[in-house]
Design a protein around this ligand. Structure first.
Ligand SMILES: [Ca+2]
Length: 321
């Protein structure tokens, strides 16, 4: 009977581990690798992309536009083709997109917009993109903010509703950052969530993923960074009842005017767009195991076997002599 109970304990632990290993999230990444539910409707590693003009890339027909404010003061380029930035290696291959502000007095925005989503997806959008901020990247005043990207934007005239992921630097000397997730509906700006002391990845590539379910009243917004689900918002307005056109901004440089330093730079690589909720296994960053040289699987199997052996030993001790 005792052997049977020990075997049951081991089997139960093993069966429990399988689903747990698929869902355990982490602040620094998920240990899971999900399979995409669908193929992307658009994917590029930018290896064959060139500049079409100062505001557009040849991205295989997808409608893109880099929005600057005012005249000059911002630029885009194909890293590895138009420029080679010392110390910068693209996330994949030899090409990625470079974006910068050079004069904030002329432009405080440089937005990588994918337009015409109404022709690309239905009411669900899932985007995966890799971004790179320089190691020395930071803000210069605590009341400044930086917009990292807008998950969805409605077309003109009002551009609402839309959502935005804002970065603040709450302590300039310690490089302490916070994330604010906001939505704007009509004239109402609502903070959907805040993450204080956010370990902003700098000096390395990081993966931003987001999901938008577009609905006038029951919309859903989710944001992951490096596989960790940071925001999971339901029942928000994400769709205008009168405007069908919408676009997304997977990468953005946009500052409050109080920050007058320049240049600001941001690199973009490996963009994927899906028409439904999906998490790409190719872009998930595995959670590093706590013991170097061992995988999560080997550690968990070891724990299960150890507990099973313990249960067997205890069962033997309790057997009548
Ligand atoms: Ca690339």
């Amino acid at each position: 009977m005792r052997y049977s109970r020990a075997a049951h304990v081991s089997l139960l632990l093993l069966l429990t581990w399988v689903p747990i290993s698929l869902i355990v999230p982490s602040e620094y990444g998920s240990m899971s690798t999900f399979n995409p539910r669908s193929s992307p409707v658009y994917r590029t590693d930018f290896e064959n992309v060139t500049m079409q003009d100062a505001h557009r890339l040849n991205m295989g027909g997808i409608q893109n536009w880099f929005e600057f404010g005012g005249d000059g003061g911002a630029a885009i380029w194909m890293e590895g083709l138009d420029r080679t930035t010392p110390g910068l290696t693209c996330h994949s291959g030899s090409r990625c997109v470079g974006m910068e502000l050079t004069d904030i007095a002329k432009s405080r925005r440089n937005e990588f917009n994918i337009h015409g989503l109404e022709n690309l997806v239905a009411d669900e959008l899932f985007v995966s993109v890799w971004l790179y901020l320089p190691a020395s990247w930071g803000l210069h005043t605590t009341n400044n903010w930086y917009s990292l990207g807008d998950q969805f934007f409605t077309d003109a005239p009002d551009y609402v509703p839309y959502s935005a992921l804002l970065l603040y630097e709450t302590d300039i000397t310690k490089n302490t950052f916070s994330l604010d997730f906001q939505t704007v509906t009509g004239s109402n700006k609502v903070t959907l969530g805040t993450i204080s002391n956010y370990p902003l990845p700098r000096g390395r590539w990081f993966n931003v993923q987001y999901y938008v379910y577009r609905h006038v009243t029951s919309g859903i917004l989710k944001v992951w960074i490096d596989g960790a689900l940071l925001f999971d918002i339901h029942n928000v307005s994400t769709k205008s009842p009168s405007i069908s056109q919408w676009f997304t901004t997977p990468a953005k440089i946009y500052y409050d005017t109080s920050d007058t330093f320049s240049p600001y730079r941001l690199w973009v690589d490996d963009l994927e767009i899906y028409s439904e909720h999906s998490t790409s296994s190719s872009t998930a960053t595995p959670l590093a195991p706590p013991i170097p040289g061992f995988t999560w699987e080997s550690i968990l199997v070891g724990v299960i076997m150890g507990l099973g052996a313990l249960a067997v030993t205890r069962g033997r001790k309790n057997l009548p002599s």
